[in-house]
Design a protein around this ligand. Structure first.
Ligand SMILES: [Zn+2]
Length: 122
């Protein structure tokens, strides 16, 4: 099995509705994102999938989040805009874009700060 990882980042605002603490107030983060893809069959070029393809798709997904108020995005209408749910959102959006490749999205990690991250994996 091979695993690829592409990193990127975005800046966005959110608030954790009902949270007892500072994060209930509107605030922002510079989120760092890692997307992991796995597969066991390489192409004739020796690659699982071109990094360029992953980077382009991740960029498309992060464009929706960048400089936005995350709570306003429909996916977050019925769930918290926590790092956990942001990871799940990026995972499901990346899955839609990477469909048909020899790879599957295996994990998305979202760093909310340099010290704290959340991952969603399947
Ligand atoms: Zn926050």
């Amino acid at each position: 099995m091979f695993t690829l990882c592409v990193k990127d980042s975005f800046a966005a605002a959110h608030r954790l509705v009902g949270y007892k603490g500072k994060c209930e107030e509107l605030h922002g983060h510079n989120f760092a994102v890692e997307v992991y893809l796995t597969g066991d069959r390489l192409g004739d070029d020796g690659m699982l999938v071109d990094f360029k393809t992953i980077k382009t798709n991740l960029q498309k997904v992060l464009d929706v989040l960048d400089h936005k108020y995350i709570n306003d995005i429909p996916f977050f209408a019925e769930r918290a805009s926590s790092a956990e749910c942001v990871a799940m959102y990026i995972f499901t959006e990346m899955e839609k874009l990477m469909g048909g490749e020899r790879v599957s999205v295996s994990r998305v990690t979202v760093w909310e700060s340099e010290k704290a991250c959340a991952s969603y994996e399947r």
